[in-house]
Structures are given as structure tokens and as C-alpha cells.
Design a protein. Structure first.
Length: 317
């Protein structure tokens, strides 16, 4: 009887502790350098979640190896819900096909929490380049070898360029950077000819007139840039690339903690101010947003990207 009582009290004590979660600061680990979309979105979410949870939410950047440094760190992190991954498509669904010696498996080592939306990439050139259309870019790429900046090897900004070159015959030399911010700075400094960057990050530079947006890599136009055609409209088929952003925990966190993080995330997404910030930069936020929905999405996109990588022949090991 005494053992049973101790067991019941221990279970009650643990449940109470999880119900009080969080009791201290939560850390969002972003796999990229400051200034990129994952970093910017994570910071918007962190500010609002901190208000709702009543605890600090800190953003920590761990860039490198296409997001794998942060991915490996989270896979081995404490399973208490206080250290989370705020990642995107590359580290979550693309790297398993690109890196043969990956030290973690996103489908088994991460616990999905919430999907914070998706974005298409845009083909961007420096406005001073004189290139104003996809046709001109392709023609230039067939005449000379063009350089393109990406947010890191293996991501959508990298594979968008690989697919574009394959479908058009243009010659593109890949220059990886540690994040979309540094990649855009390289384009602004005229150190590269083109980049394939998400519209969230690109918008301020396009609005300021510094960069020219030639087309989108999605199969439909964006409400944010309704005048910008898709690549398919420009005659380039087979380049349908979007990137999504999500919050995940190490696999094995307590069920109650997972549910609390999911509830906090949904509360953040219900905030009119947050939705306005995200949607005003082009994010499409899914209607169904449970941990199970995100898990199913990751499984599907992992299969889809494995096929794209196989066809492209891309490998980063």
C-alpha cells in the first residue's frame, strides 16, 4: 500500500510539474545565421510565446553544415522541452537524402510541435545587372558561367539553382553562404549574379528597389507579389520549390510537455499581430496544425525530396 501511495504521489508530482511548464527560459535553436527567414520568423514567434508563457524565449543561432550542426545538437538535447529546434525544410526533410552520413534522423529523432508556414523562393538579381527577365538570365547563363548564392549547401536555395540549371541549360556555379542574409548581402555587393531566396527575406530588398525579382519557384503566384510570374509561366517547368518553417523538440519529451508546446504555438498563431507580420511577408499558414499534421507533412516531403535529389544527382558527402 505504501509503495502504491508513493507511486501515485510521484505520478501526481510529475503531472503537476508538466502542467506548470514552462518554469524557466525556453531556447529556440535556429540552424542558420541571423537575418534569414528561419531566424526572423523564430524571433517573431519567440516574442509572442514569451508573453503567453510568462517565461523568456531565447533564439540561439547554430549555423553550419546545411543545418546539420543544429540538428545533431537538438537530437542529443535534454528531453525536457526547454531546448527546441526552429528549423526549415533543409534540415527537416531534405538533408536525409543529401547527406549519406547524417548523424540524426529527423523523422525519429525530432518530435513535431507546430508548422509556422511556407514560402516559395524567388529568383533575384541585382537591379544594376541589367537583367530583367528569366529569358535574359538563361541567355546570359548559356553565354557565360553565372554564380549564384545560396543560404547553405543542400537547402531549397541551393537545389532551386540545381533544378533551374537542369531545366534551362544555363550554367550556374554554386556559392554557399551561412544563411539567406549573407547570401543576399553578396548579391547586393555584386559578388554573385543571382540567388534563389524566399520571398519573406527578399521583400525589403525588392521594395527598396535594390533587387529585381524575376519569377517565383512555386506553381502559383503569391498574393504578396501578384505581378511576379511563376517559372512555369516563364516557360520553365519542373521547378516547384517551397520551404516550410516549424518548431520541433527532441524525440521523447513528455506527452504533457509536447501538448503544452503545441498549445502555446497555436496561441501564437492566433495572435492578430503575429499573423499580420507573417502573412505580410508572404507566409502561407496551414489550417491544420497539430503535431501529427506536421509529422505527416515531414514524411511526405522527405519522400518527395529524396526523389528530387536522386534525379538531380546532388550529394553533399
Amino acid at each position: 500500500m505504501k509503495k502504491l501511495l508513493v507511486s501515485v504521489l510521484a505520478t501526481f508530482s510529475m503531472s503537476a510539474a508538466f502542467a506548470d511548464f514552462p518554469e524557466r527560459a525556453i531556447t529556440f535553436v535556429v540552424p542558420y545565421a541571423p537575418g534569414g527567414p528561419a531566424d526572423l520568423i523564430a524571433r517573431v514567434v519567440a516574442v509572442e510565446m514569451s508573453k503567453i508563457a510568462g517565461q523568456p524565449v531565447v533564439v540561439e543561432n547554430r549555423a553550419g553544415a546545411g543545418g546539420n550542426i543544429a540538428g545533431d545538437y537538438i537530437a542529443r538535447a535534454n528531453k525536457d522541452g526547454y531546448t527546441l529546434l526552429f528549423g526549415s525544410s533543409p534540415v527537416l526533410v531534405m538533408n536525409p537524402a543529401l547527406y549519406k552520413n547524417l548523424k540524426f534522423n529527423p523523422l525519429t529523432d525530432f518530435q513535431p510541435i507546430a508548422d509556422f508556414g511556407s514560402l516559395p523562393n524567388a529568383i533575384l538579381v541585382n537591379r544594376a545587372s541589367g537583367i530583367s527577365s528569366v529569358a535574359q538570365l538563361v541567355a546570359q547563363g548559356k553565354k557565360d558561367i553565372l554564380t549564384y548564392a545560396s543560404a547553405g549547401a543542400g537547402g531549397t536555395t541551393h537545389l532551386s539553382g540545381v533544378l533551374f540549371a537542369q531545366k534551362t541549360g544555363a550554367e550556374l556555379n554554386h556559392i554557399p553562404y551561412k544563411g539567406s542574409g549573407p547570401a543576399l548581402q553578396a548579391l547586393l555587393a555584386d559578388q554573385v549574379n543571382v540567388t534563389f531566396t524566399d520571398i519573406f527575406t527578399a521583400k525589403p530588398f525588392v521594395d527598396s528597389g535594390k533587387l529585381q525579382m524575376l519569377a517565383l519557384t512555386s506553381n502559383q503566384r503569391s498574393a504578396l507579389f501578384p505581378q511576379t510570374p511563376t517559372l512555369e509561366e516563364e516557360g520553365v517547368k519542373g521547378v516547384n520549390v517551397n520551404v516550410f518553417f516549424a518548431l520541433l523538440a527532441p524525440s521523447g519529451i513528455p506527452e504533457a510537455t509536447k501538448n503544452k508546446l503545441s498549445s502555446l504555438s497555436l496561441a501564437v498563431l492566433k495572435s492578430p499581430g503575429v499573423r499580420k507580420q507573417l502573412e505580410s511577408r508572404g507566409l502561407s499558414i496551414p489550417a491544420n496544425n497539430s503535431p501529427e499534421d506536421l509529422g505527416a507533412k515531414m514524411k511526405k516531403e522527405t519522400r518527395d525530396w529524396a526523389e528530387v535529389v536522386k534525379v538531380s544527382g546532388a550529394s553533399l558527402d
